[in-house]
Design a binder for this molecule. Structure first.
Ligand code: UDX
Length: 454
């Protein structure tokens, strides 16, 4: 099929590269020449494990790039994958979605059927709004020459390549049988593992235990809400386990065992019960905020989601308080922060917990040094006002430090020479907010080691 993909961000570049590997002719359209140049040269515009390999295999062959929308005229399917940042009132800003829809509308070909797929995470009702814009700009009628469908993405950053090829579910929000048939044809190879046999060499290995994907057709508004409701539910689950970790700190129980015991109940499941300094990143904060904004608009009080958001912020602050109570005062203390991205295996430092935690540490008078193997540049550009000393080597954070805080459990931190690092520190306190280091080993090296809820 001929596919146009508007937006070369985290979602667009992964979706486009995956479809190109599966043999579709894909054009990525974006205004950012630098991103497009990278793709043209077989490079990934973002740090996402496995993505560069896919782009290298397809660039100049089944994958091309453009700043213009001409290819929309020859496309069977057009994906909208543009950004939807939060506005000041925390609702989603649809400027880019509307602009993309208007430009697509100008290039729709009345001689053929084109399916427009809403992939970006958008407030409930947006797919219908896009239909209206397309009708208005093109003068065509939805249902004849074009149709729209909501097809939310569920890609985890850091595992996006695995998730795009081996999804748990493909949600298609459309009333139209024809639109569903086009989506099925497009996603055919993602629907059954057998088809992968012929492509085995091009694809990442099938993850162990991952079930066959489920195809779900529903209405556009339900599809849109499935995305928000899923992310908010996961956020609630993490806020819940983090709350239990705080209780464990008081009771002297071990959250690792509590979470493992809870996870054995198949109704609860063992995923998303990993303690942290709070969930963050470009999805959960934005999606919970938008869900609450939508609910407010419809005069509906979402108490559980509201509480999860509040508890999450308190979890960030709880980590600072732990360090503060250990060091008595943070005034003039030298703190090293390991990890600036919201989780490992991504360079994405948007809305990372590090921002809130470092800001609080600085306000309380600490001198903060920080390191991240891939996200320092983005973090720095997003937080130019933060008086942080960025280091290229994580070991430098230990120099005369009063505390090291492990925020993101990158592998490179787990394999640090902890046995020797302690000698550089002024006070050998380590707060491990992911419970990722070995407590007994850290204690045996002489650290004053604390995790969360252990
Ligand atoms: C999420 C959804 O998982 C994905 O389906 C959706 O499409 C996009 O949003 P992502 O934001 O990439 O993906 O990260 P995810 O792995 O879900 O983690 C979100 C946050 O929760 C991170 O800060 C992570 O560190 C934290 N987390 C996750 C925990 O604190 N504990 C856990 O057990 C799992």
């Amino acid at each position: 099929m001929n596919v146009a993909c508007i937006g070369a961000g985290y979602v667009g570049s992964v979706t486009a590269a995956a479809l190109a590997v599966l043999g579709h002719a894909v054009t990525i359209i974006d205004i950012d020449e630098m991103k497009l140049d990278n793709i043209r040269n077989g490079k990934s515009p973002i740090y996402e494990p496995g993505l560069e390999e896919l782009i290298r295999k397809t660039a100049g062959q089944t994958l091309s790039v453009d700043t213009q929308y001409e290819s929309v005229g020859g496309a069977d399917v057009v994906f909208i994958c543009v950004g939807t940042p939060s506005k000041a009132d925390m609702s989603a800003d649809l400027t880019f979605v509307k602009a993309a829809a208007a430009r697509i509308g100008k290039h729709l070909n009345p001689e053929r059927y084109t399916l427009i797929v809403m992939k970006s995470t958008v407030p409930v009702g947006t797919t219908d709004m896009v239909t209206s814009i397309l009708e208005e700009v093109s003068g065509l009628q939805a249902g004849l020459q074009f149709e729209t469908v909501s097809n939310p993405e569920f890609l985890r950053e850091g595992y996006a390549v695995e998730d795009v090829f081996y999804p748990d579910r493909i949600v298609v929000g459309s009333e139209s049988v024809k639109a569903e048939a086009v989506m099925k044809a497009l996603y055919l190879s993602m629907l059954t593992r057998d088809v992968y046999e012929s492509l085995r060499e091009l694809l990442p290995p099938v993850p162990e235990g991952r079930p066959e994907p489920v195809w779900l057709r529903t209405t556009p508004t339900s599809a849109e809400l499935i995305k928000y409701a899923s992310n908010a539910f996961l956020a609630v689950k993490i806020s819940y386990i983090n709350e239990m970790a705080r209780l464990c700190d008081r009771l002297g129980s071990d959250i690792t065992e509590v979470a493992a015991g809870m996870g054995l109940d198949s109704r609860i499941g063992n995923k998303f019960l990993q303690v942290s300094s709070g969930w963050s990143g470009s999805c959960f904060p934005k999606d919970t905020a938008e869900l609450l904004a939508t609910a407010r608009k419809y005069d509906c009080d979402l108490q559980i989601v509201t509480a999860a958001v509040r508890a999450n912020h308190e979890m960030h602050i709880y980590c600072v308080k732990k360090v503060q109570s250990k060091l008595k005062s943070l005034q003039g203390k030298r703190i090293g922060v390991l990890g600036l991205t919201f989780k490992p295996n991504t360079d994405d430092a948007r809305k990372s917990q590090a921002e809130v935690i470092i800001r609080e540490l600085c306000e309380l008078g600490s001198h903060v040094k920080a390191h991240d193997p891939h996200g320092a540049a983005m973090f720095r550009s997003l937080n130019p006002d933060l008086p942080v000393e960025y280091c290229d080597e994580p070991e430098r954070l230990a120099d005369k430090a009063d505390a090291l805080i492990l925020l993101t459990h990158w592998d490179c931190y787990l394999t640090l020479d902890w046995a020797n690092l302690i000698r550089k520190m002024r006070t050998p306190y380590v707060l491990d907010t992911r419970n990722a280091l070995h407590r007994d080993e850290m204690l045996s090296f002489g650290y004053d080691y604390e995790g969360l809820g252990i």
